[in-house]
Design a protein around this ligand. Sequence first.
Ligand code: ADP
Ligand code: MG
Length: 215
Amino acid sequence: MANYDGASLVKMFKAIATAIAAQKEHLCELDGKIGDADHGIAMALGFGAVSDALSELDMDGVAPTAVFNMAAKSFLNAVGASSGPLYATAFMRAGATAKGKISLAEGDFVAAFQAMAKGIEDRGKAVVGEKTMVDAWRPAAEAMAAAHAGGADLAASFAATVAAARKGAEATIDMVAAKGRSARLGERSRGHMDPGAASAVFVIEAMERGLDLSG
Ligand code: ADP
Ligand code: MG
């Protein structure tokens, strides 16, 4: 079983930044259908700032909590859109679960991931079915927790997590938005994937890749 130190989390965040940069236009297009077409810009700015800030860190013995906290702070400072405080809260909460640890065991990473999903829900006051990023994050967290509890290692748990996130994001196509900017569209928001749910899939896939867990 692997352990994840601060440096491996930095690598994970860099993988997210790369993935999101590649999807910037796609995410703006999705947001253009039911929002204000800036989601790709917001996410790319946010994770670009995270990546830059983490590059400045002295990687020698950096604590996981310091990595998460720096990610939270730089994401929040860089992003004016609603995704800013949502992801900042996610990373802050993950940092709190990692407090005092030199590295994260697989179970510790699972706990940090649960805290991210819960942080987004708490901050956005959103639940599954409201056509937001929660529709990807909640089932992803549930799938990871269930796989881990069933004895799966983190690599196998992540496979289930990514699959659940994708399924959750797909499900937003048929939903009517009840939270965020697109809620104003009411019934007209139906028929398009929620951009925040779509980007959540890219974030979660990149986590798996950045931690060298993709099969
Ligand atoms: P903005 O709507 O301010 O332009 P973004 O375009 O960056 O922000 O992000 C939009 C995404 O944020 C939505 O697609 C949705 O997934 C997510 N979102 C918006 N409001 C909430 C909320 N209250 N709870 C959870 N997610 C939300
Ligand atoms: Mg937007």
